[in-house]
Structures are given as C-alpha cells and as structure tokens.
Design a protein around this ligand. Structure first.
Ligand SMILES: [Zn+2]
Length: 243
C-alpha cells in the first residue's frame, strides 16, 4: 500500500527539473520548532528560502511540499562521501519535533509509521540504497543535530530502510568508554570517512572531529553522545563497513 500523501506546495525549490537518477540520498530532518503550524508556514514562506520535499505531522499525516524531481532547499552546506551540497542529490523529509533547543520529545508512533511507509515508497521509486538514508547531522555535523538520537534508525533498519550494525548490544556495552590508542583512533577516523562522514584533513582540528564523532553517535550509538571515540564506536564503525 502506498502512503496517503496530501499536497501543500512550497515555492522554495529550483525551477530546473532533475532526472530520477540524480536522486541518491534521502535526508531526514526534524523541524526544531515548537509549533507544527509555524514550522510548516516557514517551509512554505518564500522569504525563508527553506523547504523539504515532505513534511510529517505529529498525527502522522504526510504532506508533499516540493515534487521530488525538483531540488528542495533542506540540506544547506553539506557533504557525504566526498559529494558536496547534497540538495542536488537528495530528497528531504522534515518531521515535526521541537528539537534539542526545546524539549526534544520522542517522535510519535504515528510519525514513525508514516516515515517508514514514505521511505519504503521513495526507496523503491527512486532506487535509493538503504545506507543512503541519512540524518541532516550526518551530512552537516558542524551545524546540525537533527533528527537526533531519538530517531529510530535501528527500527528502520529492520525493515531495510536504513543501515545498522549486526553486533550484539550487550557485547558492545562492555566496550563503552574504553579508550582507543593512537593507531585505533586514527583507524576510527578513517572508518568514519569511508562510511561517508566529512574527511578532516588536520587530525588536530578537535572541534570538527568532536562534531563528526557526535554525529556518528547520534546515528549509530544513540545511548551515549559525548563526542569521544571509544572501543564501542570503533567496533560499530568496522561492522558498518562490512555491509
Ligand atoms: Zn535539518
């Protein structure tokens, strides 16, 4: 069953149509605004110059703001696997949630249900790889935290709608907070860039490094977001590269 999608167009998109094969990624966002209606208004306000292709309301309704074959303005300055400015290659989904600067509530069950349905449809329609379903923070770690550590990536992966590791959570927990030696640390950062995260050229750029590690944790090690690498993070990164 295809999801029921309502139309609520936004004027914020590039007028040049792209081809289906340009679409390689799906980027998940939260709105970061307290009120759903204000968030929706902003995404449709010509002055705001922001948008996304889809909007998922608290009650699970899915709105189409921009047709997928037009570039919406959701990713901003971003990078993944050496590609820059991901708007060109992606479909953006905004999910209503007040975000880290407010109370960052759990996503509603209805929102998760609709997100899964929509992803299933889009992945099939645009032949997107499940590992290319990413969070905004993955592609813009210095600026963004969304959709954050409450977004159920693991649950999505069970339906092949995103990537997850195949390691036992209990075994992983035993490795948590055990520090890495110099070589392991360097291997870990190499793994992150192989996964797709921005490759930092100077290993001593600590702010950038911390933000990238945090983004990785928000996605793949959601129980502890401290921006510090450890044996658990290293194990996860290795496992993700196997698939
Ligand atoms: Zn975002």
């Amino acid at each position: 069953m295809w999801p029921k999608i309502l139309t609520n167009y936004s004027p914020n998109f590039n007028a040049i149509k792209r081809s289906k094969k340009n679409i390689k990624f799906i980027i998940i966002h939260y709105t970061g605004m307290k009120y759903e209606l204000s968030a929706l208004k902003r995404l449709c306000n010509i002055k705001a110059k922001v948008s996304a292709h889809f909007f998922i309301k608290k009650n699970g309704s899915i709105l189409n703001l921009v047709p997928p074959l037009y570039e919406a303005w959701h990713a901003g300055k971003s990078s993944w696997k050496g590609l820059k400015s991901l708007n060109k290659y992606s479909i953006g989904i905004e999910i209503q949630n007040s975000g880290h600067d407010n109370k960052y509530e759990n996503f509603s069950q209805k929102q998760i249900f609709s997100t899964k349905k929509l992803l299933k449809y889009l992945i099939n329609e645009y032949r997107v790889k499940s590992k290319n379903v990413l969070g905004h923070s993955d592609i813009a770690p210095d600026r963004k935290k969304d959709p954050g550590e409450k977004f159920p990536w693991k649950e999505l992966a069970k339906s092949r709608l995103s990537q997850w590791h195949n390691l036992s959570e209990n075994k992983l927990k035993q490795k948590r907070l055990i520090s890495l030696n110099y070589i392991e640390e360097s291997n870990f950062m190499t793994n992150l860039s192989k996964i797709g995260y921005f490759k930092i050229s100077q290993q001593n750029n600590n702010v950038k490094k911390r933000n990238i590690i945090k983004a990785f944790q928000r996605h793949f090690r959601q129980n502890l977001i401290n921006g510090i690498s450890d044996q658990e993070c290293l194990m996860i990164s290795k496992d993700l590269l196997k698939s």
